[in-house]
Design a protein around this ligand. Sequence first.
Ligand code: PLP
Length: 469
Amino acid sequence: MTFDIKKLIKEHAGENFSLYEAHVNPRFARALRIIGFDRCYETAKGAYLWDIEGRRYLDMLSGYGAFNIGRNHPVVRKALCDFMSMDGVSLVQMEAPLLCGLLAGELKNRIGYGLDNVYFCSTGAEGNEAAIKFARCATGKSRIIYASSGFHGLTTGALALNGSQVFKEKFGELLPADKVPFGDLNALEDEISSGDIAAFFVEPIQGKGVNIPPAGYMKAAGELCHKHGVLFVVDEVQTGIGRTGKFLALHHETGAEPDMVIVSKSLSGGYVPIAAVLMKKAIYDKVYSSLDRSVVHSSTFGKSNFAMTAGLATLSVLDDENLMDHATRMGNLLGERLQTLAERYEFIGQVRWRGLMLAIEFASPRSLKLKTAWTTVNKLNEDLFCQAVTIPLLEDHAVLTQVAGNQMTTIKLIPPLCITEDDVDWFITAFDKVMQDLHRFPGPAWESLMRIARNAMPGGRSKSRAAAE
Ligand SMILES: Cc1ncc(COP(=O)(O)O)c(C=O)c1O
């Protein structure tokens, strides 16, 4: 029998959740059902998804930031098809892959900072794991410092640098690592002056919560690190590849000097897992210090030519379509229109953004009636108010969004960088209506929210939390 993927998908259309429940992760499937996110998506293009009923959705989540250039970009698809039609070679391992050298060169040119060597792997967490090992090897020290609310992946090394205790619970002892408040230079200096620290890992804008540090923080943090012999490692897994309107979010700040930069997610247009760690030559020389150690850290799929092909094509699309400038324009349009809504709606505390990485943070309203409603839902579950926004956005307006992190009253918008002014209108019209409904208390929006809370609560708050991550 010849394998036919189209036939297979057609034969099983709509069985997504029953199969996932039976064989993969029934609790996540249930959490999605509770909040009405149990849709069966079938096709995707640019900033849109279509479900099996043909309904079109606006994707403001872009696979956690993996689709900066839009889903199923034809240039990347063609590059991959061309590579396959050549019977292109990949993973010989005992070779120096051509495309790997080409992509490394492209990344070095775009990133700068005198970072000389590039290590390729497959995921953001794997990139952070490599950077942890490299930092420990290069400095001979073992402790790592990270920022509160930081997120660097969920493998055990990266998990040690996670700002949220929720992710760490029940996974045992992790690497020695300590947390400092994000954006606080005094706290950083206090911590790193102890002299036993290999590196400070930090995101230039934090993915969990979309926290933007005070201007000058990244430059000064790097200087403090260097003063104390600590490596300054910048995690651009989510903020990189044009997300904030520049290639790296760090490029918004002049004078910052990272020792390592990690990129991933959107680097391959969302087609193939990919990550890259760019490092100073002095670090490379310590890790790969002899011929014996020339493969002392590597991974089987790291240099796959499928990933390299997709990476090279993605970078070309980013330039050809001028997507970084477009992200700045669309981000400002969306952000400013949201700020106008914030003047009308008491629940909106703050809107913040850089390029197309935006946060809408909700806060306790002024009027007594709404304040009571706010306090009640937040007592039940800190994520619940956000669910009251993300659920109708999807259900009534076909807009896919996410809560910015567990136990947060913030929703995050990270759409593909190719969204149009019409898409901005689509989102603003939808969000305006959802806000209108939530500002009517008591009212139907609050009744459905309490229904969801009742469904989620008996098994514990974790169900609603799972949906938020
Ligand atoms: C800043 C940052 N670092 C690392 C990671 C982990 O990446 P992955 O999920 O590919 O392991 C993420 C994922 O969201 C991230 O946002």
